[in-house]
Design a protein. Structure first.
Length: 678
């Protein structure tokens, strides 16, 4: 069955496509159906969406019938019966696994504690990115609160300036409820207009924004502005106008007529209650800004540490390209069926790669560093169990490592340090004694108090398989990502244990993009049907491995910068409003002998006090919530001292700057002009 997209692209939406043949892995497959346009594969795929779905079986040529203990499926998918909960389903499967272990103790020894686990599909899809999405949602929520607090402050200032108008309306018979409805209507209308403008902006920039979103975010291709998004955005806009416009509306309507008229007549328009409420809003705004800045600081520190983290090899001047050898069902149609055949291909491939001008060294690997984040993806590799010679069988039940197949010059290409023993040679081929090289993590974990050189291991649980001798120990390479440490890896010669997933690794003085046509030409000169993809430099590979962290750090950092800007605007607006409303008081103070420095200090003290209270409240909130970001951090503690020191200092400096300009403006008030305005 093929996807709707492939049907339209490759077959021009031909209604007679059923029965036509498509070749996959050199196998002729008959098209029996076209999937609906909205259907997509629910799980992780190699790149983008799956477009061809073939029937799967547990055995078939060229593979032999599987043993009972062989786990053919990496994962399966199913739908629970109506009324059956996840807990009940898990209990049934656990009981079934226990029965299988009892019935077949040889295939499922009790020490292995083999079982079956299920989890919701949503957890499978978003489990790894959920912390990042929650942090981004939290950052967006804080920005909404900060913007809303700023709007509430502006509405409160506007309401304070309209006290005389509201008092006059009340004197002419307007009820308090009518006044509240009028103010709420105005604030909700402003919020609704802002929401519509925001939606229009989002619709116009969605395609541009999605270019910067990492590809590992689930269902990224389905992100669009639909009626659900529209309804949510408009609802948030209306609720924002209602909630944050309520306090100014109530404040404007509850003042006594005579008091409001007197205050308006004096030209103050600034009451103690109003000032207190505005102070609370500014302090809350600053506290939210601190929380955002601390989160951004932790993420940026993590990203910086990862960028400085040694991957265990020299990433510069290395180009890579992926190849997938076919795996046809008919063994006679497979030119790479046996290890000797694949070894012949590998040797010819390396010979051609080394002959490309500008290429110094060439090697092959089955798992490119930092790409093994998904065992199902190209370049990924699952952990394999193994046994160690001269150890009881029971102690080998939980031994596992990632087995990576490499050619002899692999460590030379990456310039990785061989700590002990020897590297692979061209003589390590099929028919010769099996050899392996382990990394430091494997040596520390499985041979903590002895020398692993010369020790023998056997992959799998088939006791008829030959033993493999450890001939070297190499420095750790971050095969599973720069932020993952301590995963055991065992390297084996590609001529002895070949894989149909290949990555060519070249050390070259030329850019990877410049070599792309030559690499593709040389590979397809050997076999024109081989797909060649993901041609890039090793620097680009490492950058892609950090795309998710870079995206979240950049986005939260941008939100934090916006929060600081809004908080500084809030402080500036409050003090500027105070200067305007207290111009008569300032004039009197200056007429009675107050110096301009005294006036400057008076308003600066106000700004400093608000900033201090807001920053302290924000630091307390950040300290209480920072542990929620632990899964997103690497090499940085949730309560990092540098971040918790730098954030308040930076925000305090911004608050001081925002306070200085209106305070300086207050010192320029002309006493005579202010007194004449009374």
């Amino acid at each position: 069955m093929i996807s709707d997209g492939l049907w339209r692209r490759a077959y021009g939406a031909d209604p007679h496509v059923l029965g036509r043949t498509i070749r996959i892995d050199n196998d002729p497959l008959s098209i029996i159906g076209v999937l609906p346009r909205g259907f997509r594969h629910p799980g992780p795929t190699v790149s983008g969406d799956a477009e061809v779905f073939a029937a799967a079986g547990f055995s078939g040529d060229p593979l032999p019938p599987p043993l009972r203990g062989t786990r053919v499926l990496v994962s399966g998918i199913g739908r629970l019966k109506h009324g059956l909960t996840m807990a009940e389903a898990q209990a049934r499967l656990t009981a079934m696994a226990a029965q299988i272990r009892h019935d077949f103790p040889t295939d499922y020894p009790s020490q292995a504690q083999w079982t079956i686990e299920i989890q919701p599909l949503q957890e499978t899809l978003v489990g790894k990115v959920r912390p990042m999405l929650l942090v981004l949602m939290g950052a967006v929520s804080l920005i909404v609160f900060i913007v809303s607090l700023n709007i509430a402050n502006l509405l409160l200032a506007r309401a304070s300036g309209r006290q005389q108008e509201m008092a006059m309306r009340s004197a002419l018979g307007a009820s308090r409820g009518r006044l509240v409805r009028q103010m709420l209507t105005e604030s909700m209308l402003l919020s609704l207009i802002g929401g519509v403008a925001g939606i229009a902006t989002a619709m116009g920039t969605l395609g541009f924004i999605l270019r910067f979103v990492p590809s590992n975010v689930p269902r990224l291709n389905e992100v669009r502005i639909d009626w659900v998004v529209l309804s949510f955005a408009l609802l948030i806009s209306i609720l924002t106008g209602l909630i944050f416009g309520l306090a100014p509306a109530l404040h404007s309507a509850k003042n006594a007529i005579s008091s409001a008229i007197r205050e308006g007549g004096r030209g103050s328009g600034y009451s103690t209650k109003t000032g207190r409420l505005r102070d609370v809003l500014i302090v809350s705004e600053l506290a939210f800004a601190v929380v955002l800045m601390v989160g951004a600081g932790l993420l940026l520190r993590t990203l910086r540490d990862l960028l400085q983290e040694s991957p265990g090899f020299n990433r510069t001047q290395v180009a890579t390209a992926n190849i997938q050898l076919p795996n046809p069902n008919e063994s006679e149609a497979d030119p790479y069926l046996s290890i000797p055949r694949r070894a012949t291909f590998d040797r010819e491939l390396l010979r051609r790669m080394k002959a490309i001008p500008g290429v110094e060294l060439a090697a092959i690997t089955s798992a490119l560093p930092t790409t093994n984040t998904n065992p199902n993806a190209v370049g990924g590799v699952a952990s394999e169990g193994f046994a160690i010679e001269d150890r009881p069988a029971e102690s080998s039940q939980d031994l596992s490592a990632e087995r990576i197949r490499i050619s002899s010059d692999y460590f030379k290409v990456l310039q990785t340090t061989l700590l002990r023993g020897r590297s692979f040679t061209e003589a390590d081929e099929d028919g010769k004694p099996l050899v392996a090289i382990i990394d430091e993590s494997t040596a520390r974990k499985y041979w903590p108090a002895s020398d692993p050189l010369g020790r023998r291991v056997r992959f799998g649980r088939d006791r008829t398989k030959p033993w493999t001798t450890v001939v070297g120990v190499v420095k750790d390479i971050k095969s599973d990502g720069l932020d993952i440490d301590g995963v055991p890896h065992i390297y084996v010669p590609t001529y002895q244990d070949n894989s149909k997933r290949l990555t060519v690794v070249l050390r070259t003085s030329l850019p990877a993009k410049l070599l792309e046509p030559q690499i593709r030409h040389e590979i397809q000169s050997i076999d024109s049907g081989l797909p060649v993809f993901n041609l890039s430099s090793m620097n680009d590979v490492l950058d892609r491995s950090l795309a998710s962290r870079r995206f979240s750090a950049d986005l939260v950092g941008g939100f934090a910068g916006l929060a600081v800007l809004l908080a500084s605007i809030g402080i500036y607006g409050l003090l500027a409003y105070m200067v305007g409303q207290r111009s008569r008081e300032i004039g009197i103070r200056m007429a009675l002998g107050a110096r301009r420095e005294d006036i400057l200090r008076m308003f600066l003290r106000k700004g400093v006090a608000l900033a201090g209270v807001g920053i302290v409240a924000g630091l307390v909130s950040s300290a209480a919530t920072a542990s929620m970001m632990t899964s997103l951090l690497y090499g940085v503690r949730p309560h990092d001292r540098l971040v918790f020191l730098a954030v308040p200092l930076l925000l305090f400096a911004v608050a001081m700057l925002a306070s200085y300009f209106p305070a300086r403006r207050a010192t320029k008030v002309d006493p005579m002009f202010a007194l004449r305005e009374v």
